[in-house]
Design a protein around this ligand. Structure first.
Ligand SMILES: [Zn+2]
Ligand SMILES: [Zn+2]
Length: 274
């Protein structure tokens, strides 16, 4: 988690067309939920998807979404949590509880689930893949969107999605593929959500992916407190910084800010079904 040793970035110029932060972790951010929501609303980020990463934080996401109409919840065991739950002998009971939470009306997505070969070693891959398959099934049974976390695991994520059959609405959060993968996702009708790392100097392959992604399938997210966009890299991220990333994305796509924002707003509502 970034350490708040540097001052918080200033509020960006408000968006004229309001969009959603399609993926955030308010439970890992310093300000209160109310402060985070009002800063976001002040710059045209009127809707948030709060993502839970383990059982306790998925319950918190559902409770927070129940209290705030502009917050929707996503619930899951994060791919890095799955092996830990398996080690405690709690993976299957936790998955059953995730399914119960997924059925709540304010919970619109199952995720983030998927594969993370960056943080989880060889010995965790089995339980990670088992958990991913189970989450795909839960999303389909509960008719919720599926939110995928894919870190250094493109080939296996795509293979397992293919084997299980992707839910009708599938979102690649913090999309990290190249142009070829973006074309593949587009051919399947999968949403691609871009985070602050699309602004990083070394992220040209990611910008190439964004450039070919159809405007009808593009979302924006912060994944806050992580992945703070340039020029604030290294500081703590928050939903109110969505406009910084969205503006950089519009430049990459050669679109006006308003036009991209209109697409993103409609896409996020379609992806999550609100
Ligand atoms: Zn993630
Ligand atoms: Zn996340």
């Amino acid at each position: 988690m970034p350490s708040p040793t540097q001052p918080a970035p200033p509020l960006p110029e408000p968006l004229r067309v309001a969009v959603a932060d399609s993926h955030t972790h308010l439970d890992m951010q310093e300000p209160s939920v109310e402060e985070a929501l009002s800063a976001a609303a002040a710059v045209g980020v009127g809707t948030l998807v709060q993502v839970g990463c383990d059982l306790e934080r998925s319950r918190w996401a559902a409770e927070t979404a129940a209290r705030h109409p502009e917050v929707h919840a996503a619930v899951a065991l994060h791919p890095n949590e799955a092996p830990r739950a398996a080690e405690r002998g709690e993976l299957d009971s936790s998955l059953a509880e995730i399914e119960r939470l997924a059925g709540l009306p304010q919970v619109l997505a199952v995720g983030e689930t998927g594969l993370d070969y960056f943080r989880t070693g060889e010995d965790g891959i089995g339980s990670q893949q088992h958990s991913f398959r189970a989450h795909i099934a839960i999303a389909k049974r509960t008719e919720r969107a599926l939110v995928i976390h894919d870190r250094d695991a493109h080939a296996d994520v795509l293979r397992i999605l293919d084997e299980e059959g992707a839910p009708e609405r599938t979102v690649f959060h913090c999309f990290s593929g190249d142009a070829e993968m973006a074309r593949l996702c587009a051919s399947k009708g999968w949403f691609m959500s871009f985070a602050g790392n699309v602004t990083f100097k070394n992220a040209q392959p990611l910008r190439d992916a964004l450039a070919v992604a159809p405007p009808e399938l593009v979302l924006v997210e912060t994944d806050a407190p992580f992945l703070t966009p340039a020029p604030y890299r290294g500081r703590t991220n928050a939903p109110y910084l969505v406009p910084v990333t969205l503006r950089a994305m519009a430049a990459t796509k050669g679109m006006s800010e308003d036009s991209l924002a209109e697409h993103v707003a409609a896409n996020t509502a379609r992806a999550f079904g609100y």
